[in-house]
Design a binder for this molecule. Structure first.
Ligand code: C2E
Ligand code: MG
Ligand code: MG
Length: 591
């Protein structure tokens, strides 16, 4: 135990000396004071653990000293043990009233004095320990409180992160699922309705691949921000995957309201994004499901909206569809077709057929369009209009397109020199820069001059990053290949594309030919396209010519070429040469 300090106060030196010596022997540090003022002065300057205070002293007696001590030190802090005469009961009472902790009588019986001193010191120590423990406890409680607060803060952060998308700051799938379940329960109770919108960005993947992820990220962020502006606070918006988003619309539960919200969203997204000085255009395809018809729980509603979105996507860019129950079946069919398609090429189920095009000035066959056919072993022939979109979605188009290109060039190399071949190029292929390489390889393998190859590109292929599309087209044209705009009139902002992009030919879509000559609208469009084309020095082909009357009409309107069942149906390459030789004389005379 550390040296405990006693102050022994007594005016009689012998008394002091005896006590001091004996306590010192017990290991105490002892200081002596011969009167009250000296004692007070020592207490003021030093720390003592206990005072042994004689009552009977001249000038200032023990009571007064005690009173003064107690003004500054509580009895728990500085115990005072009075030393009194054996007969002084009244003194003892008074001393205790003034705050003495205990007393011993004179002559001092040392073992008793020691025992009492020890008791008070132990009590004092216990008291101090208790106070320390209390202070420690308080500090610990404070620390714990701080730790809890910090943990709550980081829990809230983690909670937020686990329910939100890092990049855009809008919700993620977890949040969406949660809110969806909640919304479904709420509307079940109230008979209200909710709409779920799901959409993704057309051609986003290729922007990511060709312009880099930094640009892709900026676009996604922009989409997130624009979405926030489209919906109310009660709606939930979330990013579900790379470029896939969903919205729970609580205030758009009628088909009309959902449709107009969807329209607004698609329009908002379609506005150009300006990123480091470049403009990017993205469009979305959206699907809508409505509770309770399209799903009884959140999962089913979301799935329905996703199926509707897939439906919209297959219809082309920037549109939306409502969920229809048949979509479940359609989706299953598409999935199984996608699987079958992977085997189709190696199983020899694919074939390229060739449809003739007639030059109207000479009435000679000028070229053949290569058209892909799939003879499915169970399902029979499947239209390219049905399986090309599947090939595009499942990343098989580059392979198929390359195969068609090689087949077509090979076939054409066996035809007369003045007969060209036209090959369709999908929007997805055009965005992949490998298309030029694929063309070069097909030409060199077949020895076909580039000038005998035409590539047909639909207008919608150009939507998105037109600068890039234009660059690819120029690259292809630099090889000596000719470029045709296919299905003209079915996309949008058609005429502006024509001026901006390097085309050699416009193929007017069949939908404008089939109603000729009765439809005045179709006549007007035909006339304006041929007028524009001749001013741009571009050829025009009329697609889907089925009657003599249509042929006469397009000829008189200035079309330079005709394609359609009247001129000839798509045929295998084996019959192409026969067709050409039969048609060396002008068509109508042989027909
Ligand atoms: P497209 O490029 O506009 O091809 C013309 C389509 O119209 C062909 O349909 C052709 O058979 C059809 N057609 C031609 N004349 C007439 C007519 O007088 N009346 C009617 N009713 N139809 C006529 P097909 O072969 O079913 O091809 C559909 C579309 O599939 C093509 O439209 C083209 O966009 C795409 N496609 C076909 N083959 C390929 C290919 O190898 N690659 C790519 N990317 N797309 C292809
Ligand atoms: Mg075509
Ligand atoms: Mg066409």
């Amino acid at each position: 135990m550390v040296n405990r300090k006693l102050l022994v106060v007594d005016d009689i030196e012998d008394n002091r000396a005896i006590l001091a010596r004996r306590f010192a022997r017990e290991g105490f540090g002892v200081v002596e004071a011969e009167n009250g003022p000296q004692a007070l002065e020592l207490i003021g300057r030093h720390r003592f653990d206990l005072v042994l205070l004689d009552i009977m002293m001249p000038d200032m007696d023990g009571f007064e000293v005690l009173e003064r001590i107690r003004k500054r030190h509580a009895s728990s802090e500085l115990p005072v043990v009075m030393v009194t005469a054996k007969t002084g009961t009244a003194d003892v009472v008074r001393a205790l009233e003034l705050g003495a902790n205990d007393y011993i009588t004179k002559p001092v019986d040392f073992p008793i004095a020691l025992a009492r001193v020890e008791i008070h010191l132990a009590r004092k120590k216990a008291e101090e320990d208790l106070q320390q423990a209390h202070a420690d406890l308080q500090a610990r409680v404070h620390q714990l409180e701080e730790a809890i607060e910090e943990r709550n803060r980081s829990n809230a952060r983690i909670e937020h992160m686990s329910r939100h998308d890092d990049l855009t700051g809008i919700g993620n799938r977890v949040l969406l699922n949660d809110q969806l379940e909640r919304a479904v329960r709420r509307v079940q109770a109230s008979n209200d309705k909710i709409a779920v919108l799901c959409f993704d960005l057309n051609g986003f993947k290729s922007i990511n691949e060709t312009d880099g992820h930094a640009v892709g990220d900026q676009i996604l962020k922009g989409v997130g921000a624009r979405l926030r502006g489209c919906v109310s606070d009660r709606d939930t918006i979330a990013r579900l995957g790379a470029d896939k988003f969903a919205i729970i619309a609580t205030e758009a539960a009628s088909p009309q309201a959902a449709a107009s919200l969807c329209d607004r969203i698609l329009q908002t997204i379609a506005a150009p994004f300006e990123i480091s000085g470049m403009q990017f255009h993205v469009t979305g395809s959206a699907g809508i499901s409505l509770s309770p018809n399209d799903g009884t729980d959140g999962n089913e509603l979301l799935k329905s909206a996703e199926l509707a979105m897939a439906g919209a996507k297959s219809e082309g860019a920037n549109g939306f569809q409502f969920f229809r129950p048949e979509m479940n079946v359609e989706a299953r069919t598409r999935r199984s077709l996608a699987v079958d398609l992977r085997k189709a090429l190696s199983a020899g189920e694919l074939e390229v057929v060739y449809q003739p095009l007639l030059k109207l000035r000479s009435m000679q066959i000028s070229s053949f369009e290569a058209l892909l056919r799939w003879n499915h072993p169970d399902k029979g022939p499947i239209s390219p209009a049905d399986f090309i979109p599947i090939a595009e979605e499942t990343n098989q188009i580059a392979l198929l397109g390359d195969w068609v290109l090689r087949q077509a060039c090979e076939a054409a190399s066996g035809w007369p020199r003045d007969v060209k071949v036209a090959v369709n190029v999908s929007a997805v292929q055009l965005r992949q820069s490998a298309i030029a390489e694929s063309v070069v390889r097909a030409l060199s393998a077949s020895q076909l001059p580039a000038s005998r190859l035409e590539l047909e590109i639909t207008e919608t292929a150009l939507i998105g990053n037109e600068d890039r599309a234009a660059a690819t087209l120029r690259e292809l044209r630099a090889l000596g290949v000719r470029i045709s705009m296919d299905d003209f009139g079915t996309g949008y902002s058609s005429l502006s594309h024509l001026r901006a992009l390097p085309f050699d030919k416009i193929k007017i879509d069949r939908s404008f030919i089939k109603d000729l000559p009765s439809s005045s609208d179709s006549m007007a469009i035909l006339r304006s396209v041929t007028g524009l084309a001749s001013s741009l020095n571009v050829e025009t082909t009329a697609e889907g010519v089925e009657t003599e009357e249509q042929l006469d009409l397009i000829k008189s309107e200035g079309c330079t070429e005709a394609q359609g069942f009247l001129i000839g149906r798509p045929t295998p390459n084996a019959d192409v040469l026969k067709l050409i030789s039969r048609n060396t004389a002008p068509l109508r005379k042989t027909a």
